[in-house]
Design a protein around this ligand. Sequence first.
Ligand code: CA
Length: 231
Amino acid sequence: MAITVLVVEDERKLRELIRSYLERAGMTVLSTGSGAEAITMAMQSAPDLVVLDLGLPDIPGETVAAELRTMSAVPIVMLTAKAAEEDRIRGLELGADDYVTKPFSPRELVLRVQAIVRRGARAPESHVSSYGDGVLVIDEPRRTVTVRGTPVQLTPTEWGILGALATVPGRVYSRFELINKVRGYEFEGYERTVDSHVKNLRRKVEEDPGSPRVIMTVLGGGYRLGLARDD
Ligand code: CA
């Protein structure tokens, strides 16, 4: 099945360059230079992934990302001219799965898009697991997570982190291990990246994100699942 990517970039030449690379990699590409139009297109076409420039003329890319997040867990790769770490972290906190700093190589962008899409399409293992007397239910074949009976939508990165922690409940996973489980390449600033995703995850799975019981922080160690696996 063809993968559909929505490319949101106001620089026409760059937009067309990205389009041609993605199309050559076998993907179907929709594109726009407007943030408002991007939101409408995402609603109508439900793309498999969004490549989103942060510097758009009508509304900021950050706002577009936040808006997309209210509708779906579609993976977002941000294009940013802002190389400062704080800006990158902010993008990840908004729910982006990855970011690429301009200027970038289109080939690298394609590789990252493919890595994220592959992660989302990975062959499911055939079982449903329950943790903490049913507080957390992970349905791998359907790639759904239910928290206290309510389904929650996770981005591919969040799914990867939670899935890794749930492999062996109680075992401490370092940030380095976690980022390696969800990404297939070296990642600069990985520690704070993991922290940003965990912060987003906690908003979705914790009753009180301020005092987490599902995803526990282990000082100097990393993270562990705070719930035992049910029989
Ligand atoms: Ca721009």
